[in-house]
Design a protein around this ligand. Structure first.
Ligand code: GLV
Length: 331
């Protein structure tokens, strides 16, 4: 009998084709183009041997129970795996993989740099102004921004994505980069001259701070009131990692009080809500000094297909009795 693989949302086709060709499995994809409602998810995973999940689905004991004891694998279609209860999966012997691929680092690095430029050259703000028909005459002091040239960028987290950002900033823009991490990254330093600093020193030094760490209990609210106070008033914060790494309330306060110059965000603390508390007078969407994108840093055709192939390769390796390349485990 074929193994049952349930895919919680339709993904770009290359990996799905690989899986559908594999005679050992029967692939079933949630047919609607929406995040699968929880109740429906719990119903549809019943009897699944493998679940191919996306990052909006919490993969925890409730889902594992609903699937049944035959569940062997959760292949996440995301690099992040904070949506998966790894401890619970390990207890039940469920193999977990992510969809890390070099292409993801490239796309997220490009998007990070796009957010940096959108902020400092005020692209979103001036686009809205131009579209609204407000451009009446050129002005020497109109919408003054700031250059990247001559600035220092601080990267928090020097893994694959953080390193890709550092390399691009160094090779493409000749920018001085400082970084912080749990340990130094000598290879990156050699390649780019990036300087290792403590998080506190980095926050005091950088003109732009960009976050590239996974969401873990130790990184939740890594940036809060104390950290934002250390930043320069002229500095910008960029987050393309996970929303809860930044304390949103503290960020809103810092932005509205002019404690920092602006923020470029692709991820949100209470995602998909752009603000955790929409009754609050402070709102990210109403601020002129924010650039907001809907968690699309890796949303390129190349990368989303690469992630699809990677998820499929992980499943196929698992079925072949091999250790999948992108296995994730509790530390
Ligand atoms: C996207 O955020 C991912 O983790 O792949």
């Amino acid at each position: 009998m074929k193994l049952r693989l349930f895919v919680t949302r339709d993904i770009p086709d290359e990996g799905l084709k690989m899986l559908k060709k594999d005679k050992r499995i029967k692939v079933e994809v949630y047919e609607k183009d929406e995040a699968i409602p929880r109740k429906e998810l719990l119903k549809r995973v019943k009897g699944a041997d493998i679940i191919l999940s996306i990052l909006t689905e919490k993969m925890n004991a409730q889902v594992f129970d609903a699937a049944g004891p035959q569940l062997k694998m959760v292949a996440n279609y995301a690099v992040g795996f904070d949506n998966i209860d790894l401890v619970e999966a390990a207890k039940r012997g469920i193999t977990v993989t992510n969809a890390a691929h070099p292409s993801v680092s490239e796309s997220v690095a490009e998007h990070t740099i796009a957010l940096i430029f959108a902020l400092i050259h005020r692209i979103a703000e001036t686009d809205a102004f131009t579209r609204a028909g407000k451009y009446k005459a050129w002005g020497p002091k109109m919408f003054l921004g700031t250059d990247l040239t001559g600035k220092t960028v601080g990267i928090i987290g020097s893994g694959a994505i953080g390193s890709s950002v550092v390399k691009r900033l160094h090779d493409g823009f000749g920018v001085q980069v400082v970084y912080s991490d749990i340990k130094p990254n000598p290879a990156l330093e050699k390649l780019t001259g990036a300087k290792f600093l403590s998080k506190e020193e980095l926050l005091k030094t950088a003109d732009i701070v960009s976050i590239h760490v996974p969401l873990l209990p130790s990184t939740r609210h890594l940036i809060s009131t104390k950290e934002l106070r250390l930043m320069k008033k002229t500095a910008y914060l960029v987050n393309t990692s996970r929303g809860p790494i930044v304390d949103e309330k503290a960020l809103l306060k810092a932005l509205s009080a002019g404690k920092i110059a602006g923020a470029g965000l692709d991820v949100y603390e209470c995602e998909p809500a752009i603000d955790c508390d929409l009754t609050d007078t402070l709102e990210l969407r109403k601020m002129k000094n924010t650039v907001l994108t809907p968690h699309t840093a890796s949303a390129t055709i190349e990368t989303r297909q690469a992630m699809s192939r990677t998820a499929a390769e992980n499943v196929i390796a698992f079925l072949d009795g091999k250790t999948p390349l992108n296995i994730v485990k509790t530390k």
